[in-house]
Design a protein around this ligand. Structure first.
Ligand SMILES: C[S@@+](CC[C@H](N)C(=O)[O-])C[C@H]1O[C@@H](n2cnc3c(N)ncnc32)[C@H](O)[C@@H]1O
Length: 172
């Protein structure tokens, strides 16, 4: 398909299919409610029924697993989450402001806030585990993984974004 043709697609349906075909199984989902993105103005045909856009300030985080649902022992297996934190994270409605691109973020155009990988890493890994982000962009996941004492790997096509990520992580 011509990459310049922009079409809407149900991205979570596509992602789930790719992963199901690769042998992953469904576990859970979390709805990320980006409170501060409620006033978007990309309405499409404004005040007309001809072609209005539906603006969705929510994103779906799909939790999948391979082989066993229960985590196998790898890292330290020391629990870090306290009662309040754990209860907040397992509630599948996360209200977290979307990341507004600042001037210094002139790299990957769609960063997510550190709170997203932070909660996921704490929920699904232990210190010493390996966290992999296959689309690492500005390296937010790796930055947070390092802070939380996890090992990390990021894949990124763009050298510019990779250099920026490495500077954030402290590798350059
Ligand atoms: C939405 S950005 C990720 C932003 C990241 N979550 C952050 O907060 O910085 C997605 C990234 O995936 C990268 N990408 C797309 N296809 C890729 C591929 N096949 N392999 C590696 N990186 C890829 C893009 O260059 C882009 O930087």
């Amino acid at each position: 398909m011509d990459a310049r043709v922009k079409i809407k697609c149900d991205i979570s349906y596509i992602i789930k299919n790719v992963f199901y075909n690769a042998g992953f199984k469904y576990r859970d989902k979390i709805y990320w409610d980006k409170q501060n993105l409620k006033n978007l103005t990309a309405w499409g045909s404004y005040e007309s029924s001809s072609d209005p856009n539906i603006l969705l300030p929510f994103e779906e985080i799909v939790i999948l697993y391979k082989q066993t649902k229960k985590k196998q022992k790898m890292g330290t297996n020391v629990n870090e989450m306290i009662d309040k934190e754990f209860k907040e994270y397992v509630n599948g409605h996360w209200v977290i402001n979307g990341e507004v691109r600042g001037r210094e973020m002139d790299n990957c155009p769609a960063p997510f806030p550190q709170e997203i990988p932070s909660r996921l890493i704490k929920l699904f890994s232990y210190r010493g585990d390996i966290v992999l982000d296959p689309f690492s962009g500005n390296g937010t996941t790796c930055v947070v993984a390092k802070k939380l004492g996890r090992n990390y790997i990021g894949f990124e096509l763009s050298k510019k974004y990779t250099d920026y990520a490495n500077r954030r992580i402290g590798l350059l």
